[in-house]
Design a binder for this molecule. Structure first.
Ligand code: GLC
Length: 598
């Protein structure tokens, strides 16, 4: 097991960390079975280290029938044999820790996989038995129980109820699943379920993991007392109550569970961290992020924004203030395994609901990848400069576009099969990574890949971009290493531009400024040393769709080997021609910097 004593001490490591998400089945296939594995990840630790990330978040790697890409967990305390072994897991933890990279694992507490031993026991046991009481079984309505217990729909569509066949062969009870039918929901009112998850948390903490990403963290507790069953579509934040009394989501009692996990986290040095995937009303995120709870909660607000300076500023300010109130730091996310890759998203025609658009237009997409990539990288630099932690999804650093033309017969996402009319699928962002320009699966493995890779993938490979000036990979590396050197406390000052509302501009406590041009015309830069641009400057100015980082006072940069680099040697005054508003709000959260230009 991992001896990670050298990482002890810093209990706040996560607050402004850059976390790189690995979707294990699509990262690197070492044994040539077409599925990524732990050995593959171990072989790429030097690559991860070269990026300048602080932590890895691994999506599920547990034994699973893969009905939902591993989010159908059949055993929470083991490794899928196609992915590796516990010994390899320990080796991975060691290798990451040696490279000074923390490890966050995904935990899926709302539902198990249907091959979980307890679900199999429940199927074999009688209605009303303790075995059935670990899940949510109900009798059907109608004379013979043939009508499902309620009109609750699954997030993947259509219904959230599946009927079982009783051991004697007769049509039987129904069980609830907010997702696919292979993902039966746990009954969290059952103390056995709670105790088992505590055991799981301890199991991985003891193996040296540094934190947990908690899947669907807001759904565990449901109001099912006195025969009540929700009759609605699941997962719709719009219709969810925002006072802790919704019958399906975000009930106040869920925080008792996270308080008990927190007690476990705090038994370790440093305390383990948790980050909630909780799709709740924004005002309801703080308890998940509290230090009595998981510690951090995802804000996904940037995933739905278009190229809109005003909206971006609003989201940034709102989330920074909210995180400060909960004593946490916020998270910035542009990409993950559930959403369309952001270079593609930003290259789509302007539409408000990208998820809808994608479903309806997948096969005739008109994507302007040049524009999309420019905007995506400008966004990345802007988000990396904001206080808080940044979550990056594998392949994002390569500028990898969404694969839009996966044939229906190759699709794996249950969302695709359960809702055929919508054409929705998350497979396009889960296609295995290209490591080499050519060859079998572009260096992903030696024997193909579990989702088909398009012919153009090699052009986005690590081999094609490594060490190449101007490549996406080198831009990410430079951004992450520069950020590391500039990182300072979590205060921020917003700078207003009275005559140009299409600029997002802020400064951190040490004079590190980030300025993004959302407009159509180049804008002058503030004085100081330009330490990063997402695209070359245009005649010394910041062109459209570009972010620049400027250090306006002498700042000390620490390089990775600990040497100090001084940049911006002469103190530079802020250029008043750029900042017509002029006022800085004194480093507080969410202030508007005085003038009302946003
Ligand atoms: C989360 C995961 C998603 C999964 C779902 C059900 O939203 O990110 O991939 O399908 O939970 O576990």
């Amino acid at each position: 097991m991992s001896d990670f004593t050298f990482l002890k001490g810093d209990k706040n490591w996560w607050r402004q960390a850059v976390v790189y998400q690995i979707y294990p089945r699509s990262f690197k296939d070492f044994n040539g079975d077409g599925i990524g594995d732990l050995r593959g990840i171990i072989s790429k630790v030097p690559y991860l280290s070269s990026l300048g990330i602080d932590a890895v978040w691994m999506s599920p790697f547990y034994p699973s029938a893969l009905a939902d890409g591993g989010y159908d967990v059949d055993d929470y305390r083991d490794i899928d044999p196609r992915i590796g072994t516990l010994a390899e897991f320990d080796e991975l933890v060691d290798e990451l820790h040696k490279a000074n990279i923390r490890l966050i694992v995904d935990i899926v507490p709302n539902h198990s996989g249907s091959n979980h031993v307890w679900f199999q026991e429940a199927l074999k046991a009688a209605p009303g038995s303790p075995e059935r009481n670990r899940y949510i079984f109900r009798d059907g309505k109608g004379e013979n129980g043939e009508i499902r217990p309620s009109e609750l729909t699954s997030h993947f569509g259509p219904t959230a109820w599946t009927r079982i066949t009783e051991p004697d062969g007769s049509p039987g009870q129904w069980y609830m699943h907010l997702f696919a039918s292979e993902q039966p929901d746990w009954n969290w009112d059952n103390p056995e379920v709670r105790a088992d998850f505590e055991k799981t948390i301890k199991f991985w903490c003891d193996r040296g993991v540094d934190g947990f990403r908690v899947d669907v963290a807001h759904a565990l507790i449901k109001d099912l007392a006195n025969g009540h069953l929700p009759e609605r579509s699941s997962y719709d934040v719009e219709v969810m109550k925002d006072d802790g009394t919704d019958d399906l989501f975000d009930r106040d009692e869920v925080h008792e569970i996270y308080a008990s996990w927190r007690r476990i986290f705090n038994e370790y040095d440093p305390p383990r961290m948790g980050v909630a995937e909780a799709w709740v009303h924004a005002n309801r995120r703080p308890p998940y992020a509290s230090e009595k709870g998981l510690g951090q909660s995802f804000n996904f607000d940037m995933l739905g924004t278009g190229w809109d300076a005003k909206e971006v500023k609003r989201i940034a300010k709102y989330n920074l203030t909210a995180a400060e109130k909960s004593g946490s730091s916020t998270t910035w996310v542009q990409d993950n395994h559930d959403v369309i890759r952001h270079v593609t998203r930003f290259g789509l025609p302007e539409v408000t609901n990208f998820f809808d658009w994608y479903g309806k237009n997948r096969f005739r997409a008109q994507v302007d990848l040049g524009l999309g990539t420019a905007r995506a990288n400008a966004f990345t630099a802007m988000l990396l400069a904001l206080p808080g932690s940044s979550y990056i999804y594998q392949g994002e650093e390569l500028g990898l576009p969404e694969v839009l033309d996966i044939p229906a017969e190759d699709m794996q996402d249950p969302q695709f099969f359960r809702n055929p009319d919508l054409g929705l699928s998350r497979d396009g962002c889960r296609v295995p990574l290209p490591w080499e320009r050519t060859g079998s699966s572009f260096g992903f493995g030696s024997n193909g890949s579990h989702l088909p890779q398009p012919a153009w993938f090699g052009g986005y490979s690590v081999e094609a971009e490594d060490g190449v000036d101007g490549s996406n990979l080198e831009f990410y590396r430079r951004a992450l290493h520069t950020r590391r050197g500039l990182l300072t406390d979590e205060s921020i000052s917003w700078k207003n531009h009275l005559f140009n509302s299409k600029i997002v501009h802020f400064e951190r406590a040490n004079g590190w400024q980030s300025i993004t041009n959302f407009g159509e015309k180049p804008v002058p830069l503030p004085k100081g040393e330009v330490v990063l641009t997402s695209q070359p400057l245009v005649g010394g100015k910041l062109g459209p769709n570009t972010t620049a980082w400027i250090v306006s006072v002498p700042a000390k940069l620490t390089s990775d080997d600990g040497t100090l680099i001084t940049i911006g040697a002469a103190a530079a005054m802020f250029d008043s021609s750029v900042d017509a508003g002029g006022a800085v709000d004194g480093g507080g959260f969410g202030g508007d910097g005085g003038a009302s230009a946003s």
